[in-house]
Design a protein around this ligand. Structure first.
Ligand SMILES: *[C@@H]1O[C@H](CO)[C@@H](O)[C@H](O)[C@H]1NC(C)=O
Ligand SMILES: *[C@@H]1O[C@H](CO)[C@@H](O)[C@H](O)[C@H]1NC(C)=O
Ligand SMILES: *[C@@H]1O[C@H](CO)[C@@H](O)[C@H](O)[C@H]1NC(C)=O
Length: 296
């Protein structure tokens, strides 16, 4: 289990590297702002003004919750202040085994201040970064997955280049599959079964590998899947989020051999992997025999 999880997470890592972040226009000079993959900021008359009580509460909350999350397995939801200026906030890391806690820590350190600068005055803001999610609002949104429309998630796809899966003796996997229907079936079933496990797990996440049956081109391949929900969500909301997103890949990732849907409330990730092929390993006895052969 553990080695394959690492493998999958390496796949996710490579996906991340291909993601286009932001629109590429200048950061306005000065400090580099960490740009989200996807964000949404409230606008209009309700917005807070600089220096207002809401602004102060937001500042305090966003300064506190990354540390609180660090002590809580990468997740925290909480509120600060009193009505009508109470702020509700949530931060969450998307789990990744490779790189330890570092990507999470870095994301949580930069994302909250980044989103405040990108959404100046917004009382409500939501942002998905590569490694973490930041949400805040003037009304409580806890325990509800909220909007699951296309505007609430970011799609990452394995495409273009082929990847070497893991550090073992694995051949690299092409970015597209030939038998899209077989992949769709495997992917859909895998994510659906993971959604059930995640919904009832305390950390609201699950991962699993499943072998491909069917077409000869898929022989010896496995699919690794990983799903995660916000931890404040009850099982029913976690399921609703993941099954909503699970309906998307047939159109958004029709033949990509790896991909992810990263949303404000849940994430799903899959990747086709080729486990180490046993017969490609050179038995150690052969090596010994070869080494001991006298010079000709
Ligand atoms: C986080 O959300 C849960 C679920 O709605 C809620 O019960 C809990 O009180 C929230 N935590 C804080 C600190 O507000
Ligand atoms: C994968 O799908 C894309 C978009 O539908 C298509 O252009 C491409 O030819 C497909 N590749 C393979 C290997 O089927
Ligand atoms: C993908 O698989 C699911 C589950 O088997 C099925 O409901 C859906 O129609 C399939 N979609 C495509 C485009 O093959």
């Amino acid at each position: 289990m553990a080695p394959r999880l690492l493998l999958l997470l390496a796949v996710v890592g490579s996906l991340c590297a291909t993601a286009a972040v932001g629109d590429g226009d200048g950061d306005g000079g000065g400090d580099q702002i960490m740009r989200p993959l996807k964000m949404s900021c409230s606008t209009g008359a309700g917005n807070y003004v600089a220096g207002s009580q809401y602004h102060k509460n937001l500042d305090q909350l966003l300064a506190a919750i990354p540390m609180a999350a660090a002590y809580n397995h990468g997740f925290y939801n909480g509120s600060f202040g009193a009505a009508p200026d109470e702020v509700f906030g949530l931060v969450m890391c998307y789990v990744r085994a490779t790189g330890g806690a570092d990507p999470c820590r870095k994301c949580l350190a930069a994302a909250p201040s980044g989103i405040m600068q990108l959404c100046p005055g917004s009382r409500t803001a939501r942002a998905v970064f590569d490694e973490c999610v930041v949400l805040y609002s003037d009304v409580s949104f806890f325990s509800v997955a909220g909007d699951l429309a296309a505007s609430s998630f970011y799609v990452q796809a394995r495409r273009g280049q082929s990847w070497t899966a893991g550090s073992g003796f694995s051949p690299s996997e092409p970015p597209y599959v030939v038998d899209a229907a077989a992949m769709n079936r495997t992917r859909s079933d895998l994510i659906a079964s993971l959604a059930v496990i995640a919904a009832y797990s305390p950390l609201r996440l699950a991962s699993k590998d499943t072998p491909f049956g069917g077409s000869p081109s898929m022989e010896a391949r496995w699919m690794s899947g990983f799903v995660q929900c916000r931890r404040d969500l009850p099982a029913s909301e976690c399921t609703r989020c993941l099954s909503g997103y699970n309906a998307r890949p047939p159109r958004l990732l029709p033949n990509n051999s790896g991909g992810a849907i990263k949303g404000y409330s849940c994430i799903l990730t899959y990747g086709i992997v080729i486990p180490e092929v046993p017969w490609l390993r050179l038995p150690s006895e052969w090596l010994c025999a070869y080494r001991q052969r006298p010079e000709m």
